[in-house]
Ligand binder design. Structure first.
Ligand SMILES: NC(=O)c1ccc[n+]([C@@H]2O[C@H](COP(=O)([O-])OP(=O)(O)OC[C@H]3O[C@@H](n4cnc5c(N)ncnc54)[C@H](OP(=O)(O)O)[C@@H]3O)[C@@H](O)[C@H]2O)c1
Length: 323
């Protein structure tokens, strides 16, 4: 096999620097399955890794890209054979194992998910970790008795990768979705995804010191953390639930116990990386069926490896939209 292009992240003078390099298969981390990449996606975590804005990368140098979809080139594991369409999301990809920003990827067979019928390789990467996380957050809320009849569901960081997909999936499931965003220019985009209401961060007082406020939401999906998550805790209604999966606005959480002991609010953690394979496969089947998003092109745009640095910086400064 000839050398191929890869976007590898190096550490130089204590800083992370992504570079387009040529690699051979022997340069990649070990694994039983070699995949010829068709698509990857750019997640917030990828941007943190590539720019060094967050300490998510655990091994230098490392090819970036927490997600990949493609076709099996070769496999030492009987579960996969050359020509199979597959995808991999998270595990150590792109942070401690060479990831999806390369023409070839080599991974342990235990990480590989067969592409479910009903999804294309492109669709699976518009979804990627973002869509998988949105599905998992919805699943966690439903396991905790959220239904459309219970009331409104709010999605924060709504124009982001996870947020956009969550808005779309929830609206398809019949929920009354409220999108919270910092971008007034994206109101129509969010309504187009199915949001019934769009709330601007600048119109909401997130800083109140009151332990509880007017109960508004049956459920919440939070990409932002920090004062936004604290506000959600104060405004979720009796027995409602919050799925917390992100920290785009801050990692700290200052709240009181009152939402939990006076309203029975549930705070549910969502960790896509450690999802066991049976649940992982179940979520991908849902992404191909009841959570299927038809017009994924609407929230995605294609870029090449050379455009990755720009894509990563717009994610870090919060000005990107969709995938
Ligand atoms: N737990 C998991 O398994 C898991 C999996 C995937 C992602 N995540 C995390 O989930 C979050 C979202 O990921 P993503 O891929 O959707 O990222 P993204 O595409 O960058 O979206 C994040 C969104 O959050 C909002 N935002 C950004 N900076 C902000 C700030 N300083 N204050 C308030 N809001 C801000 C913006 O939306 P608006 O302008 O619309 O408000 C932005 O579009 C990240 O923290 C990521 O690390 C976790």
């Amino acid at each position: 096999m000839n050398n191929f292009d890869a976007y590898r992240i190096f550490e130089e003078n204590g800083k992370s620097i992504g570079k387009l390099v040529q690699l051979s298969l022997d340069d990649l981390d070990a694994g039983e399955v070699v995949i010829r990449t068709h698509y990857s996606g750019v997640n917030y975590k990828d941007a943190l890794a590539a720019t060094g804005a967050g300490k998510v990368i655990r091994r230098f140098p490392c090819v970036g890209g927490v997600d990949v979809s493609g076709v099996v080139e070769s496999s030492l594991d009987v579960r996969f054979k050359a020509g199979d369409q597959v995808l991999v999301t998270s595990y150590d990809m792109g942070v401690a194992h060479d990831g999806g920003f390369a023409e070839y990827v080599r991974v342990p067979a235990d990480w590989v998910v067969p592409l479910p019928s009903g999804l294309t390789l492109f669709d699976s990467m518009v979804l990627g970790t973002a869509g998988f996380t949105a599905a998992l957050a919805i699943h966690r809320l439903e396991q905790n008795e959220l239904t459309p009849a219970k009331g409104k569901v709010i999605v924060t960081g709504a124009t982001g990768g996870v947020g956009s997909l969550a808005v779309r999936m929830l609206s398809q499931l019949g929920y009354h979705v409220v999108a919270l965003t910092s971008k007034s220019s994206e109101t129509e985009y969010l309504r187009g995804l199915g949001a019934k209401e769009v709330l601007l961060r600048s119109d909401v007082d997130l800083t109140s010191k009151r332990p509880l406020e007017k109960a508004l939401w049956a459920g919440a999906l939070d990409a932002v953390g920090g004062e936004t998550l604290a506000w959600l805790a104060r405004t979720v209604q009796q027995d409602g639930a919050i799925a917390s999966f992100g920290n785009a606005g801050g990692a700290e959480l200052h709240t009181t116990v009152f939402p939990f002991i006076l309203r029975g609010v549930k705070l549910l953690g969502v960790d896509s990386a450690a999802t066991p394979m049976p649940l992982r496969k179940q979520m991908w089947l849902r992404l191909a069926s009841d959570l299927h998003v038809n017009d994924l092109e609407k929230i995605a745009h294609r870029i090449s490896l050379t455009q990755l640095p720009q894509a990563c910086s717009t994610l870090i400064d919060g000005t990107s939209r969709g995938r």
